[in-house]
Design a protein around this ligand. Structure first.
Ligand SMILES: NC(=O)c1ccc[n+]([C@@H]2O[C@H](COP(=O)([O-])OP(=O)(O)OC[C@H]3O[C@@H](n4cnc5c(N)ncnc54)[C@H](O)[C@@H]3O)[C@@H](O)[C@H]2O)c1
Ligand SMILES: O=P(O)(O)OC[C@H](O)CO
Length: 321
């Protein structure tokens, strides 16, 4: 097999952390080309271009400060240049930007290229819910796997042990991406049920907002755990950005948008927007009453509902009736 060329489409907190892993892994394997393009949404940082900073200092000083990227990770501002010739495409951007970016990339995708989405989110469509992987598949006409797990980017970049799951309709492609991204401390399981993997990764962000509300309101661990489940939920409800901002929302009198801008330095929350997309779908399907957690997170984030009512929404869960 000729050496495969890899492009990481995205360079935020998670994008940079996964580029660090991929850069190291391709150096150690002759199955991949030694240079990895990383598409960067260009920004000006104190008078310098972010791409220039990354390519000279090998650090994404805005989105993953304090971690050196391997020198073979090349920041590229033009997405069409970044993806040209790539055999493996790793999508890792906030989900609200995916449609536009795919449209820009489309004429430049190499025939036979395959992709993997690390994006946690969903989109809402006239027929209901659309997975981000479906958007990429439809727009670019490529096979697409997903990778989701309890993976807070800074901890992965610190090389702390964690696990993650690749959901792959095409097992062979899932295994190729495992080879690209697995390390001794980033352990990957490949499963065939890609849709479930992706949905869990997306929906946990709404639950994390609920967990942050619980913390901000001063409730104890039992209350918070009432909305918590397995690995990624636990991680996101203790260590994630969604939880942190939601707690600050309760204690600060500022809006979620203000807090996102103040506290995240350009990083993007996925929970509030996902709650809005899920809410629209539930409304269309007359299922609003069946999902009080998702609905109350949406109402607090977007309809001005007092967060102090959050627990009373949960007290009326249909399962409790
Ligand atoms: N950060 C984590 O710990 C983590 C872990 C697992 C999964 N994820 C998921 O990974 C995905 C990407 O998140 P992230 O943490 O890498 O990003 P981020 O939230 O840290 O950064 C936001 C990114 O969006 C880019 N951006 C801003 N405006 C843009 C525009 N108009 N068009 C395109 N890009 C624009 C910024 O340059 C930046 O790279 C999300 O779906 C997130 O849920 C994040
Ligand atoms: O920081 P959050 O809340 O976006 O969560 C990050 C990861 O998804 C946790 O697995």
């Amino acid at each position: 097999m000729p050496a495969k060329k890899v492009c990481v489409v995205g360079s935020g907190n998670w994008g940079s952390a996964i580029a660090k892993i991929i850069g190291e892994n391709v150096k150690a394997s002759n199955r991949f080309q030694p240079l990895v393009n990383m598409w960067v949404y260009e920004e000006n940082i104190s008078g310098r271009k972010l791409t220039e900073i990354i390519n000279t200092e090998h650090e994404n000083v805005k989105y993953l400060p304090g971690h050196k990227l391997p020198k073979n990770v090349i920041a590229v501002a033009d997405v069409t240049e970044a993806v040209t010739g790539a055999d493996f495409l790793v999508f890792v951007i906030p989900h609200q930007f995916i449609r536009k970016l795919c449209d820009q990339m489309k004429p430049h995708i190499k025939p036979g290229a395959i992709g993997i989405s690390l994006i946690k989110g969903i989109d809402e469509s006239p027929t209901g819910l659309t997975l981000i992987s479906d958007i990429i598949r439809e727009k670019l006409d490529i096979d697409i796997s997903v990778l989701m797990g309890a993976n807070i980017a800074s901890e992965v970049a610190d090389n702390n042990f964690c696990e993650t799951t690749i959901g792959a309709c095409n097992e062979r492609n899932g295994l190729l991406f495992k080879e690209l991204m697995q390390t001794p401390n980033f352990r990957i399981t490949v499963v065939s049920d890609s849709n479930t993997v992706e949905l869990c990764g997306a929906l946990k962000n709404i639950v994390a907002i609920g967990a942050g509300f619980c913390d901000g309101l001063g409730f104890g661990d039992n209350t918070k755990a009432a909305s918590c489940g397995i690995a990624d939920l636990i991680t996101t409800c203790y260590g994630g950005r969604n939880r942190r901002i939601a707690e600050a929302f309760v204690t600060s009198n500022k809006s979620i948008a203000e807090l996102e801008a103040e506290m995240l330095n350009g990083q993007k929350l996925q929970g509030p927007q996902t709650s809005a997309e899920v809410y629209k779908i539930l409304e269309k399907k007359s299922m609003v009453n069946k999902f009080p957690l998702f609905v109350s997170v949406y109402q607090v984030c977007f309809e001005g509902k007092d967060v102090k009512c959050f627990i009373s929404c949960l007290q009326n869960h249909p399962q409790h009736m």
